[in-house]
Design a protein around this ligand. Structure first.
Ligand SMILES: Nc1ncnc2c1ncn2[C@@H]1O[C@H](COP(=O)(O)OP(=O)(O)OP(=O)(O)O)[C@@H](O)[C@H]1O
Ligand SMILES: [Mg+2]
Length: 432
């Protein structure tokens, strides 16, 4: 990641979201309603069960009312969930739109030096995939995180109301399954890293072999290429299979433990019922909460990975958005109109890398109508000279004037419009 820490990036992200503060609050509100309504369903069902007191003493009216209440709750939860998704999508696409717009505006203002020193693919991937990753990961991640936290707090609260003992049991035992999952995940992680590293190695090798197919044939390298490739390919298979094997252990083992917790809660709850400390309805509530208690945690761990990734992407985007801009045109810069073509270059010094001298004390005077050819070995600075004339770069020392006006006192736009330029390499700007 860039200079700053995650918190710094987060602060910048918040600034972006401020434009859509209303949507953000709306999203949180719907998240709250969705989870609260869903959480309350087991309680109502439990109460309905308690209305069944035994054969011949079933309070059907009360049950009917509660069932209607359940239907209403489920409906509210579903509708509010739908609204939440609607709001989230709007938030996501608005943010993506804003960031891309800012990024493209910014790119127009960056000096040529930025494009010469940055790989095009890198900038493109920042503006396209990083923005996508960031918006999806961050915005959806936030709402998932929020929903999960409300679910955990709500579940614990209701459990505590019914049976502090069982609540304690669930709180103590559930983390054990996370420890197991974490232990396996840690070991799987290294295998996943090895897999993706080998995958990249394989892709790079394929790219090289296909890109240089002529070379491979010309030097009779086919067999060696195939052997080398199959070595990488076999390694990839080994790592991928190991990674899949370990990761497939997580689900069964945590589920096994969760089932044990479920059985324990059921057993203890049943004892409490027999003793008369708990009603059957309450037992069903406790059982359903104890199963759903673990879910948000799994979700949270997934969300944290997602958020970390999203923030890394955000950092890469902000690097573009905060890159240093081209020095603005001088105050009162003139517009070059109908240039006659009088170009005066006086004692110009310039180099890209200040430790490597390039153009030194270069002077040239070109009168209108004169035709001049600049010739020289590769790397002598012909393109660089054009870069200076067009003000893609500014001279370190000396002066370039067009029609007796120093080019730094002209607007870049009018100066550049005054030249006719044919690119050496079609499709890329800085070369000629
Ligand atoms: N953007 C840049 N950043 C740093 N160094 C550069 C940059 N562009 C060119 N150089 C270096 O400056 C020197 C002059 O390059 P320039 O492109 O001006 O040569 P040229 O005369 O146009 O060569 P050619 O005939 O190959 O086009 C070379 O050593 C080159 O490596
Ligand atoms: Mg050149």
């Amino acid at each position: 990641m860039m200079k700053g820490t995650y918190t710094e990036t987060l602060k910048k992200v918040m600034k972006y979201l401020k434009n859509h503060r209303k949507l953000l609050w709306l999203s949180l509100f719907f998240a709250l309603v969705t989870t609260a309504a869903a959480l309350y369903v087991p309680i109502v069902v439990g109460r309905a069960i308690d209305d069944i007191k035994g054969a011949g003493s079933v309070d059907f009216d009360a049950i009917k009312k509660k069932l209607i209440a359940v239907m209403v709750l489920v409906f509210i939860s579903a509708v509010s969930n739908w609204f939440m998704n609607l709001v989230n999508n709007r938030l996501t696409y608005n943010t993506i739109h804003d960031i891309r717009k800012d990024a493209i505006d910014k790119l127009q203002k960056l000096p040529m030096n930025y494009f010469d020193t940055t790989q095009t693919g890198d900038v493109v991937s920042r503006v396209i995939s990083d923005v996508d990753l960031f918006a999806d990961g961050l915005l959806l991640g936030f709402s998932k995180l929020f929903t999960s936290i409300i679910t955990v707090i709500g579940t614990l609260f209701f459990l505590l109301m019914i049976s502090p003992f069982i609540c304690g049991l669930v709180v103590v035992l559930t983390p054990v399954s996370f420890l197991i999952a974490g232990f396996i995940a840690k070991n799987t992680h290294s295998m996943f890293i090895a897999t993706s590293r080998t995958n990249a190695e394989e892709t790079a090798y394929i790219d090289e072999m296909i890109g240089n197919a002529k070379l491979v044939r010309a030097y009779g390298y086919e067999d060696r290429a195939v052997n080398h490739f199959s070595e990488i390919n076999t390694r990839l298979k080994k790592y991928a299979m190991r990674a899949t094997f370990f990761s497939s252990l997580v689900n069964p083992s945590t589920r096994f433990l969760n089932n044990i917790i479920y059985a324990l809660v059921g057993l203890l709850g049943a004892f409490a019922c027999v003793k008369g400390n708990m009603s059957i309805g309450e037992l069903t509530v406790v059982l359903s909460y104890s199963t759903q208690y673990a879910k948000p945690f799994n979700e949270i761990s997934g969300v944290i990975t997602e958020l970390t990734g999203a923030l890394a992407s955000a950092g890469r985007i902000f690097e573009v958005l905060e890159a240093e801009e081209e020095i603005p045109d001088a105050v009162g810069a003139k517009v070059l109109e109908n240039p006659s073509g009088n170009v005066e270059i006086k004692n110009v010094f310039f180099s890209y890398d200040k430790s490597k001298k390039l153009i030194e004390n270069f002077s040239l005077s070109v009168k209108p109508g004169q035709m001049i050819a600049i010739v020289g070995p590769t790397g002598c600075g012909k393109t660089t000279f054009i870069n200076l004339l067009m003000r893609f770069y500014d001279v370190d020392d000396g002066k370039i004037s067009v029609d007796d006006e120093e080019i730094r006192r002209l607007t870049r736009k009018s100066l550049r419009a005054g030249y006719g330029m044919v690119l050496q390499d079609t499709g890329s700007l800085p070369e000629q």
